[in-house]
Design a protein around this ligand. Sequence first.
Ligand SMILES: Cc1cc2nc3c(=O)[nH]c(=O)nc-3n(C[C@H](O)[C@H](O)[C@H](O)COP(=O)(O)OP(=O)(O)OC[C@H]3O[C@@H](n4cnc5c(N)ncnc54)[C@H](O)[C@@H]3O)c2cc1C
Length: 464
Amino acid sequence: MHAVILGAGISGLASAYYLRQQHPDWKLTLLEKDSRVGGKIHTVVQDGYLFEFGPRSIRPKGAGVHVIELAQELGLESEILLPEAVAKKRYLYLNGKLTKVPNHPLKLLLSPAAQGWWQAMRRDWSVKAGPRPDESVEAFCLRHFGRTVTENLIDPFMTGIRCGDMSRLSVQASLPSFSRLEAQYGSLIKGFFKERSRSTSVDRKNAVYQADLISFKHGLGQLVQALTDRLASKLKINTAVQKIEKNQGGFCLMLSTQQTLECDLIISTIPSHQLSGIVMDMAPALASALQKILYAPIAVVSLAYAKKAHDYQGFGYLVPHKEGQDILGVSWNEQSFRQHAPADSNVLSVMIGGPRFKNFHVYRENNFIDMALKAARTHMGITQKPAIQQCRILTHALPQYNLGHNQIVQDIRRHTPKNFYVLGNFIDGVGIPDIVRNAKNFCAQLKVDNVSAPQDKMLEPVHS
Ligand SMILES: Cc1cc2nc3c(=O)[nH]c(=O)nc-3n(C[C@H](O)[C@H](O)[C@H](O)COP(=O)(O)OP(=O)(O)OC[C@H]3O[C@@H](n4cnc5c(N)ncnc54)[C@H](O)[C@@H]3O)c2cc1C
């Protein structure tokens, strides 16, 4: 049996790792288009500063337990970094200034960050339990919380974390736990407290599992490196798959190296828009379903200040769309993980873009850096010139789980040929924890007898 995995982002690396564990006797090839592995995970170290141009931390709770277990298996347990206590503080840019979001529910009631919270709680409490048809995140949250809380709190979360437009995101696909809580309890707040009290009693009493976030001493690239070390003999970099054809009982891949590669089974983890072009001739219905998934662009600007440049303390801040700013949010990196920057320095990561950012494609790196510097000056009063300023533009940064997303995923599953499997961050979660869980569960369920894979073309991941 020869299995080929397309793409060496975290989906491809984790799939290759678990597939090798489950089927050590199979021949395995992992193909990556770029010279660098890790995909969106992109850690760069310069002059003692550690910059993350993609994800910067992992949530260890929920599905994050699979990342911790993976890190333990890779011998990285002692390399895990816990965040500083100060990173619990979070801010919003509201009415032209940074406003702390209290982390105590009673203080929240009195905070300007949560104007209208009292009415929102009463409104949420009155929602009746029961399943409902899918709707946008905005429509759902307006029903539960009203306009002020939806615009001030939900919108920046959906733009800053998901890089999405809440009026287009599907609540069932992008916040499935919200739909589930509503179906079961009606009120989200009631459901949240009931489930929280239940889950804390079974949580593992270990600081890593209890943390809000984790990283590694050398950033998230360290996880990528450890996986790459294990898989080095299987990995081919600078090798893009350009086209796939079916042949007798398997597949033939046309590669950018002008070579062809034959295999029995394919696991694709590359972004949907890229896979779509590759399978267009072999599986047009699959290609057309894949094309329907839209991606939002992001520019990540890193600014490193050699001397203390501001007095704010916390994880960073998000900016609601109604504030009319260029940026989505800022992380104060050295305050989450002090080891990632020299003492007394400040490092900002400024996120710019999203689906509502007009004409993203006309701007260049220096334009985004200027927008980030303007935000640093006007939001935080920073006048110091950064020692390092860098920008990375991701034109297809994050897939959007918009209305209709679950139907698209069903179509992808329905039209995927036998022995061809589609994984990646456009199915069942964009976060690294979801991705690692999905890869692990997929490989555990994949049982192939005499080259024929299971009939249910795409295995449903088991959610933990
Ligand atoms: C700015 C940003 C911040 C984020 N922050 C967080 C965070 O803090 N925490 C978190 O958990 N998640 C975060 N995420 C989400 C998470 O990082 C991504 O969802 C995840 O890394 C995607 O992994 P992937 O392997 O599915 O896809 P990718 O990382 O996109 O990997 C796909 C790989 O396929 C390769 N490829 C493409 N075409 C071909 C081809 N034809 N042949 C061969 N190879 C090909 C690509 O080069 C790439 O290496 C963030 C994402 C972004 C963009």
